[in-house]
Design a protein around this ligand. Sequence first.
Ligand code: HEC
Length: 143
Amino acid sequence: MKGYLLIICLFMFGIISHTYANLEYKGYKRVQGCYGECYEEYVRVHGNVVEIEMAKREAALEDPYSSIRGLWAGCAACHGQSGQGVGVFPALAGQDAEYIIDRLTTYKNRGQVGPMSSTMWAQAGMLSEQDIETIGKFIEETL
Ligand code: HEC
């Protein structure tokens, strides 16, 4: 009988934790009928969810450019790892955010800057406005 209740309890817990996995603490009211082991388990797992969320947030705080690091690897293939420029590919290091944002927006709209602008059209085309802003700041502040 006890095992049977535990199974029901775990099942309910599964539904609740699934429903509320992405929310913080909102599930508390719903688990009033979940005592003992079930409740401990709920808190244990729920705590972990919050911990994971907090860890993610902390990582994002520590690295404000985490969202564009992957993208930058692509840019770096032409512009150099530290944006120093490689051969015909212009240096980006040392430019301010406004300049970079202006250029990328022009390329995104298929505008001409230099003789090789078409190379940048596809590159800028896949960037969101948010990406462009973040990349601009990234280049100004870190390169
Ligand atoms: C395939 C090589 C290549 C890749 C990948 C690439 N670029 Fe470029 N980039 C170029 C070339 C070539 C130019 C010069 C285009 C022109 O003549 O207008 C350029 C120009 C630029 C400029 C303008 C520089 C200036 O001073 O006018 C910026 C800003 C820029 N790229 C940013 C980026 C960013 C950010 C990425 C990654 C999302 C990226 N590029 C990826 C080749 C590349």
